[in-house]
Design a protein around this ligand. Structure first.
Ligand code: AOF
Ligand code: ZN
Length: 363
């Protein structure tokens, strides 16, 4: 029972690294001696000290004989920092309680083995499910090498994302919108289709204090993005990728001059190949993407199997209108058994609105 309490505290502490550590994992650690907490630490920023080293450095008094609680198996490789197993062994810690095994091939059980070989008692399986959930993005990215994609939309209770004349500000209330901005901070990238840029001229930034802006990815097969759009005008300050199949130098040059990064991709069914785009973004260390529409790109993303989660914000409003847009457009399916299947429902109430989240089966 005490093990679970300390592990839960380590999970909560790890979450402080959210949005700052990508594509590395969020990790939290507590060091306990004679039932008392003597040190704590978490992974704060990408490329900096790991949680275990922060916790050891935080200890007042001797760590000899103490127990380390850590949400992820300690690393045993020389990366940007030396192995945490070295620091644990040197500290005289007698017992290590681990939440989840590190799927990183450089670690993957080897960290545990090294600790055991040095006579340290290792306990695994404490709040494993919660620790895996904490790092579902990392677990996905380190094994698949492509970003974890979250398809997010806000719609009215009658399933519209805009009125019949295309007005969409605002569908949901303040709390839901705040959650979306926090979500932008958490994800490495935010992706939209060029039609959304043309229609709304968005900035796609996080408006909350102490948050970071995600890289922006615009799917623009024919390079139709307006050179005077807010996205292009701010491309020097915020990393901006334009994914395109167009090789017209006259269109490319002004975008490059404005600071955009062009990703040249082949076409698939008439638009940019999204599977290849995900590979390329993975190579650029983007571990997670918030896909914010529009409806054509949303369908295409589902059809190409790149979506891992759906986040649907449902507002306490009704718009009506035969032609008012819905979240997922495109060609659609013809038979019910062709539906994209969802599982693991989670519901959050946000004042008058509701957030429903699902995992995409096979995603
Ligand atoms: C972290 N923070 O607290 C722990 C990590 O490139 P490096 O040297 O920072 O190593 C990254 C790997 O280290 C990461 O993929 C994971 O396998 C392991 N553990 N990483 O960034 C931490 N404990
Ligand atoms: Zn480490």
């Amino acid at each position: 029972m005490t093990d679970e309490i300390f592990m839960q505290m380590a999970i909560d502490l790890a979450q402080k690294g959210c949005g700052w550590v990508n594509p590395n994992p969020m990790v939290g650690a507590f060091i306990v001696k004679n039932g008392k907490i003597i040190g704590r630490g978490y992974h704060q920023k990408y490329g900096e000290l790991h949680a275990e080293r922060h916790a050891i450095a935080d200890c007042r008094g001797s760590t000899r004989g103490a127990t380390l609680y850590v949400t992820l198996e300690p690393c045993c490789h020389h990366g940007k920092t030396p192995p945490c197993t070295d620091a644990i062994i040197a500290s005289g810690i007698a017992k290590v309680v681990i939440g989840s095994i590190d799927p990183n091939a450089l670690v993957a059980g080897k960290g545990i083995e090294i600790l055991k070989n040095h006579g340290i008692e290792v306990v695994t399986g404490v709040l494993t499910e919660q620790c895996e959930k904490l790092n579902e993005v990392f677990f996905h990215y380190i094994t698949k090498k492509t970003p974890f994609v979250v398809l997010k939309y806000a719609m009215t209770l009658d399933g519209k994302i805009a009125t019949r004349i295309g007005k969409s500000k605002w569908i949901t209330g303040e709390s839901a919108r705040e959650k979306v901005h926090l979500s932008r901070h958490r994800h490495a990238g935010i992706m939209v289709g060029v039609n959304t840029v043309i229609a709304d001229d968005p900035l796609l930034t996080s408006r909350l204090p102490d948050t970071k802006n995600p890289s922006r990815i615009i799917c623009d097969t024919h390079l139709r993005i307006p050179i005077d759009s807010k996205i292009v005008k701010t491309a020097r300050e915020i990393e901006t990728y334009i994914a395109t199949s167009c090789d017209d130098q006259e269109k490319i040059e002004p975008l490059l001059a404005a600071g955009c990064i062009l990703l040249q991709l082949p076409k698939k069914n008439g638009s940019v190949n999204l599977n290849e785009l995900m590979q390329r973004l993975g190579e650029k260390q983007l571990d997670s993407i918030l896909l914010e529409g529009g409806s054509t790109l949303n369908f295409s993303a589902l059809e190409n199997g790149i979506v891992n989660r759906v986040q649907a914000y449902i507002a306490s409003k009704l718009f009506g209108g035969e032609t008012a847009k819905t979240p997922v457009g495109g060609k659609g399916i013809s038979e019910v058994n062709q539906a994209f299947r969802l599982k693991n429902r989670e519901i959050t109430i946000l004042d008058d609105d509701i957030l429903i989240e699902y995992d995409v089966m096979g995603g």
